[in-house]
Write a protein that binds this ligand. Structure first.
Ligand code: TPP
Ligand code: MG
Length: 613
């Protein structure tokens, strides 16, 4: 075989190579390719995808961004062990994917973006949709990807694939550097023939490594834990990607250290684990935030310490508290003055535990956790008898879903009121919670639910989406109908951007441009969500009570297509329990009196930030 070559177009070579990249479990790493064709990819990539057939399936969606959302949700559900590719034409198709690339980048999730690019030979320039940079001949629309991918390459010669493809996979399968990659593929090069070495197409297994911690760093962390009187673990998404869920629970129990879960880490362990205090920070449970306020040692495991987790660095408020960050990425491990321990979460927890021996931290306030569970029950309880003229709160909607889910159901969301409300109130079963809260991108939900359902066929997937987010992007619903991929959408219509309206008022602002009632319009919205979803082929219905919502969710089980359940909700009440300050800057001058009070509150709260940058 050595020295043998095979003559293929560059696009054929790419698809052939992608089709033989395998996981440790013996599956193809790329489940398939989402594609919308245009002149930038139809002739070259399109022909190659058709040719490769079932060895690398192609699916058509409705929008490049939302196809990528489905791919991202798939990769997240597969714990980054498998992924999908998305290909677009040049120009608008490509830039439609930039938001999704940023989403994947923030959430550290693998996706392979393959936008078409301009002609490498420049003969027909400027081609349709080509951006012409007056000062730089090498710029194309695809340069927008550079800041939001972990690896960028432009395939402007067929042989570039020999280096670009392995690099792209090295990034997507690297646990520390994991993220989206972009291989911008020049249109003429896609179609160009080249004699590729046959051995380039030999199947390859991509093993995801587990880096061991440095012994000095390990010893330092062990010493800090031994000295701590009130330690707390902050469990992030890294726990899940490492598969360290059971190790974390065992660690907490063995050393008597309670843990809290970030949005990305929620559901690593069940809510009913006696050491699980729920969520920390802005959308935190009262018991978690009490624990965090008293903690003298904060032990981050696989977390980025995003501002919601830290209450903009006011939630870990104890004098002299120390911060440890266990993370695969040195970047995260050394944030905010943390004592870093760079390594795989599972390996680190096991090694720390072995070094701690039978060390147990002093007792913590276990009763506060039970009191919190009572508070959750109260705010999520159904209304006494669904009185007419009173709309349910978002918390009551959450309660309805909570009462009917099974231990195998997966709930998901991304933006609006529900992510915060779910983080604080949802009692997640292990693996039952999927939140895109790195980018909190409106429009992720419907396509994201599709991606989760593709990753977990047969499991109930429940998508929470607000009217605003649904309006932003919903068309992959039609794709899900056509592909017979069922999930259940709980669409909460509060006639506008409820969460931002509340935030606006909390910041001293007037109600303005969020709820439709406060917008410059001639009449209120007449959006018929049921007719809209039904027009795309989904099962759609409106329910008028919490009891009917529960029944409709149960009735959706077993359908082959998505079900959209619309319920009108009250935009006024917030979560109703838990919570913490969040740094959203309030204008310093020029507003009415109301604003001055808000500014005063803001300055006072900001003074409590204990940030070490
Ligand atoms: C793409 C995008 N644009 C804007 C925002 C800012 N934003 C966050 S939530 C929100 C409103 C969400 O409204 P809706 O989906 O109706 O949820 P509600 O809060 O009303 O329940 C906005 C505008 C965002 N997160 N993503
Ligand atoms: Mg809304």
């Amino acid at each position: 075989m050595a020295g043998e070559t095979i003559r293929l177009t560059a696009a054929q070579a790419m698809m052939r190579w992608l089709s033989v990249q395998m996981t440790e479990e013996g599956e193809r790493f790329l489940e398939g390719v989402w594609a919308i064709f245009g002149h930038g990819n139809v002739a070259g990539i399109g022909e190659a995808l058709h040719g490769i057939g079932d060895a690398l399936p192609t699916w058509r969606g409705q929008n490049e961004q939302t196809m990528a959302h489905a791919a991202i949700a798939y990769a997240k559900t597969m714990k980054r062990r498998r992924a999908m590719a998305v290909t677009s034409s040049i120009g608008p198709g490509a830039t439609n994917m930039v938001t999704a690339a940023a989403l994947a980048h923030v959430n550290r999730l693998p996706v392979l973006f393959i936008p078409g690019d301009v002609f490498a030979n420049r003969r027909p320039d400027p081609v349709l949709q080509q951006i012409e940079d007056f000062d730089d001949g090498t710029i194309s629309a695809n340069d927008c990807f550079r800041p939001v991918v972990r690896y960028f390459d432009r395939i402007s010669r067929p042989e570039h694939l020999l280096t670009a493809l392995p690099r792209a996979f090295a990034v997507m399968t690297d646990p520390a550097n994991c993220g989206p990659v972009c291989l911008a593929f020049c249109q003429d090069v896609q179609a160009e023939a080249f004699d590729y070495p046959v051995e380039f197409f030999a199947p390859k297994v991509w093993r995801i490594r587990r880096p061991e911690p440095d012994l000095h760093e390990l010893a330092e962390v062990v010493t800090l834990i031994k000295a701590a009187k009130a330690p707390v673990i902050v469990a992030g998404g890294g726990v899940i990607y490492s598969g360290a869920e059971a190790d974390l629970a065992a660690f907490a129990k063995a050393h008597n250290i309670p843990f809290v879960e970030t949005q990305a880490g929620k559901g690593a362990n069940g809510w009913d684990d006696a050491f699980n205090f729920g969520s920390p920070g802005v959308t935190g449970s009262a018991c978690a935030n009490e624990l965090c306020a008293k903690a003298d040692l904060v032990l981050g495991v696989g977390t980025r310490f995003q501002d919601f987790t830290t209450g903009s660095w006011t939630v870990f408020g104890a004098e002299g508290r120390k911060l440890v960050s266990i993370n695969l990425a040195g970047y995260d491990a050394l944030k905010h003055g943390a004592v870093g321990l760079v390594g795989d979460a599972r390996v680190c927890l096991q090694k720390i535990s072995a070094a701690l021996g039978d060390h147990k931290a002093p007792a913590f306030d276990a009763a506060s956790r039970l009191a919190w569970q009572v508070a959750v029950k109260v705010v999520t309880a159904p209304p006494a008898q669904d009185p007419a003229n009173t709309l349910p709160s978002d918390a009551q909607v959450i309660g309805a879903v909570q009462r009917v889910v099974t231990k195998d159901s997966i709930v998901m969301c991304a933006a609006g009121t529900m992510p915060g409300a779910l983080q604080v109130l949802w009692q997640a079963a292990p693996g039952g919670y999927h939140m895109e809260y790195g980018y909190s991108c409106m429009g992720y939900e419907v396509a994201g639910a599709l991606g989760i359902a593709l990753a977990r066929p047969g499991k109930e997937v429940i998508c929470f989406v607000g009217d605003g987010s649904y309006m932003m992007a919903n068309s992959e619903l039609a794709t899900a109908v056509m592909r017979h991929v069922p999930f259940t959408i709980v669409l909460t219509d509060n006639r506008g951007y409820g969460c931002i309206n509340r935030l606006q008022q909390a910041c001293g602002g007037a109600e303005f441009n969020n709820l439709y009632k406060d917008c410059r319009i001639e009449e209120g919205p007449r959006i018929d969500f049921v007719a809209h979803a039904a027009a795309m082929g989904a099962h759609a219905e409106k329910v008028d009570s919490i009891a009917d919502l529960e029944a409709a969710i149960v009735a959706a089980r077993g359908r082959k297509i998505p079900s959209v359940i619309l319920i009108e909700t009250d935009p006024v009440p917030g979560t109703g329990a838990g919570g913490h300050w969040w740094d959203v800057a309030v204008p310093q001058v020029g507003g009415p009196e109301r604003l001055e009070a808000a500014r005063e509150r803001y300055v006072k709260a900001a003074a409590r930030q204990n940030v070490v940058n």
